[in-house]
Design a protein around this ligand. Structure first.
Ligand SMILES: *[C@@H]1O[C@H](CO)[C@@H](O)[C@H](O)[C@H]1NC(C)=O
Ligand SMILES: *[C@@H]1O[C@H](CO)[C@@H](O)[C@H](O)[C@H]1NC(C)=O
Ligand SMILES: *[C@@H]1O[C@H](CO)[C@@H](O)[C@H](O)[C@H]1NC(C)=O
Ligand SMILES: *[C@@H]1O[C@H](CO)[C@@H](O)[C@H](O)[C@H]1NC(C)=O
Ligand SMILES: *[C@@H]1O[C@H](CO)[C@@H](O)[C@H](O)[C@H]1NC(C)=O
Ligand SMILES: [Zn+2]
Length: 617
């Protein structure tokens, strides 16, 4: 996955040059679990203050008014028909032998540097893809039963499509996916790693290296689960599909983009029972262990804002307020300023149209709202005032708006509840003695699930139209002439897409009968979590809270295959301090706890067996 937080904090990749092209499809995501913790710490301090003032009068009965229907939980789900097999795999995966073998499997995968880069030449042209051939040879060597029993097709040379054909072809197959590629290790960061990035070093506790947590743990976890089931003589009733792209960290187009076409051809529209890809995992939030399967994914839109006007020599400058640089600076400031009120206020309606949905915020139907409800319900150390506010927001508009107001003051949380915009590139003018004739900025939008690309475009048009008028610019937006000044035009203001826009993903159902896949997933998460705790006499319980992924995954290509898409990795940072929580994803010191990795394998086994015998999928 790609992470906003890690990109912003650690900036491993050097900032790209001013060339627009090199910014193509730079996508980043936020790690929801982390944002939750960071934000809720903030929220807590805010509300401590609020409790004494505005919320001092909240009645206690309010706390009990939160009904359990707000964040429904299912029980742990254990395989029934396959109960004996599952028990056997439990014992097997609990052994030190299995752990040592899992560590070796992951370490060996990490040692092959399958880096993907922005703007690579196609497969067959760019030699940097060649390393994926080595990776395939490794997989074939260490997973002999997988390669003897599953059908494997290579798509666009390096995309991997495995099918473990089930006995009953009327049952919809399930798809497990992960990506083979990793984010490049920054050229100057190699020395900062505690253990070298491609060492796969095991220090007795953690496996170190690039890909250990994103996403070779997923890929090796899935294949190890299948290999283990094969060793135990299992034959699936329901077909199990595994698909692994190889450029998720760049654009995904060569890998998942091509895989999606053949998968759609093979299984058809809505032909899969569910899809599980990388995503958020488990973390401790306000005293409670929470698993955060992402059931929504934000969209994105990169808009180029361009201002052109006749230039001139700066020794005889025209009124500087008429220069495109000035106009652009003004434009950019407008956008930056707009970011702060984006989630608070509606933009001006465009020519009598209704207010674009982009501007609306924390909706009760939204996934982040569900996440908050779960925390209010189960966060054991969440202060009562916060619980009250969140619970009350189910029915009270005032509480909802208060909550929304507080949330939108925090950068991380604003990104969870609203569409965001960030100005990424600003440039203009090439010579110091000439007024720029052209200036441009790139504005990156991360689009909320309830909104759309077109709503965000409309929002931009509404924001910038007054500016075009102010500077007497002809205004052209997304290929359409929006307005001409009444006076002779002093230049052009143009908005256009930088790269392909991505609509927010359809939201996976988490309530009602159609949410059976979510229930099976939730129950499997709990079963996998509980078994390990039971073995250690640990009675901690876990709750499952649906959440939104701010970034994008390869599932952006798989929407047509199933409405039930989960971005969830069962990675566990519940025992780690806030500083360690990212597990070094996209930065130095990427590593994974070996026991957690074994539990990831157990999670895949459990989910595969539960799905195999489920009559509700
Ligand atoms: C296959 O599954 C369907 C749906 O559960 C069931 O109706 C059918 O009897 C099964 N076929 C066989 C051969 O088991
Ligand atoms: C990597 O981990 C080592 C200790 O194991 C630490 O000294 C170093 O600061 C870490 N690097 C970063 C960038 O966090
Ligand atoms: C503005 O756009 C028009 C139409 O595309 C073009 O003819 C004109 O040269 C542009 N003006 C400037 C200053 O770029
Ligand atoms: C726009 O045109 C009007 C009318 O010609 C003029 O008064 C004003 O100064 C112009 N504004 C800019 C920023 O050029
Ligand atoms: C869980 O275990 C802890 C420590 O052994 C104990 O204090 C606590 O009461 C237990 N909780 C439950 C619900 O059993
Ligand atoms: Zn990833």
């Amino acid at each position: 996955m790609q992470s906003d937080l890690s990109a912003a904090r650690f900036s491993e990749k050097p900032p790209s040059s001013s060339a627009l092209a090199s910014r193509q499809r730079t996508r980043r995501s936020a790690f929801v679990g982390v944002s939750l913790i960071v934000f809720l710490a903030f929220l807590s301090t805010k509300l401590q203050g609020l409790r004494k003032t505005r919320f001092g009068g909240y009645p206690q009965q309010f706390l009990s008014s939160a009904s359990t229907a707000v964040c429904p939980q299912v029980d742990a789900l254990f395989p029934n028909r396959n109960a004996d097999l599952w028990e056997t795999t439990l014992q097997q995966t609990a052994s030190s032998h299995f752990k040592a073998r899992s560590i070796d499997l992951l370490a060996g995968a990490v040692q092959i540097p399958t880096e993907s880069y922005d703007a690579m030449q196609p497969v067959g042209v760019d030699p940097r893809w060649d390393v994926f051939g080595e990776f395939h040879a490794y997989l074939a060597r260490v997973f002999p039963l997988v390669h003897a029993n599953l059908k494997l097709q290579k798509i666009n040379t390096y995309g991997l499509w495995y099918e473990w054909t089930g006995l009953n072809s009327t049952l919809k197959p399930v798809l497990f996916t992960a990506h083979q590629d990793v984010v490049p290790v920054g050229p100057f960061t190699g020395g900062e790693w505690t253990h070298p990035p491609y060492s796969g070093y095991f220090d007795g506790h953690r496996v170190w290296g690039r890909g250990s947590a994103d996403d070779k743990n997923g890929l090796i976890g899935i294949l190890t689960a299948i290999e283990t089931l094969l060793e135990n003589g299992f034959t699936p009733t329901r077909t199990i599909v595994a698909a692994f792209g190889f450029d998720e960290e760049a654009s995904g187009l060569e890998g998942a983009g091509e895989l999606a076409k053949v998968l759609l051809g093979a299984y058809g529209q809505d032909g899969l029972a569910f899809i599980v890809d990388e995503g958020d995992g488990i973390s401790k939030t306000f005293g409670t262990v929470v698993a955060y399967p992402c059931v929504a994914e934000k969209g994105y839109l990169d808009v180029v804002v361009e201002v052109t006007s006749p230039g001139g020599h700066s020794s005889v400058p025209p009124d500087h307020t008429a220069s495109p640089g000035f106009a652009l600076a003004f434009t950019v400031l407008t956008l930056v300023f707009a970011d702060h009120r984006y989630s608070r206020r509606s933009p001006r309606p465009v020519r009598g149209q209704s207010v674009p949905r982009a501007a609306r915020t924390l909706s009760r139907a939204s996934v982040p709202f569900q996440t908050f409800q779960c925390l209010a319900q189960y966060g054991s150390t969440l202060p009562p005032a916060i619980k009250a506010l969140i619970a009350d927001s189910v029915n009270s508009d005032m509480a909802l708006h208060t909550l929304e107001g507080i949330l939108s003051k925090d950068k991380l949380y604003r990104s969870q509840i609203g569409t965001t915009q960030a100005v990424d590139v600003v440039s203009g003018g090439v010579k110091s003695n000439a007024l720029p004739e052209e200036a441009h900025a790139v504005v990156n939008h991360r689009i909320l699930a309830e909104s759309s690309v077109s709503a965000v475009r409309e929002h931009n048009v509404a924001l910038l139209q007054p500016l075009a008028e102010k500077f007497n610019l002809s205004f052209n937006a997304f290929g359409v002439g929006v307005s001409q000044p009444g006076v002779p035009s002093s230049g052009n203001l143009t908005l256009r897409d930088l790269s392909d826009a991505l609509e927010p993903a359809p939201v996976t159902p988490t309530n009602g009968e159609i949410s059976a896949p979510y229930q099976v997933l939730s129950g499997s998460i709990k079963a996998a979590y509980n078994t390990r705790r039971a073995a250690n006499n640990d009675n901690s319980t876990l709750i499952v809270a649906p959440s939104i992924m701010s970034g994008n995954t390869d599932t952006q290509f798989y929407w047509k295959l199933s409405p039930h898409i989960f971005r969830y990795g069962h990675g566990n940072s519940a025992g780690l301090g806030p500083e360690d929580i990212l597990d070094g994803i996209h930065t130095v010191n990427e590593s994974i706890d070996a026991d957690d990795f074994v539990e990831i394998i157990r999670f895949y086994i459990t989910l595969m067996l539960n799905a195999d015998e489920s009559s509700v999928l």
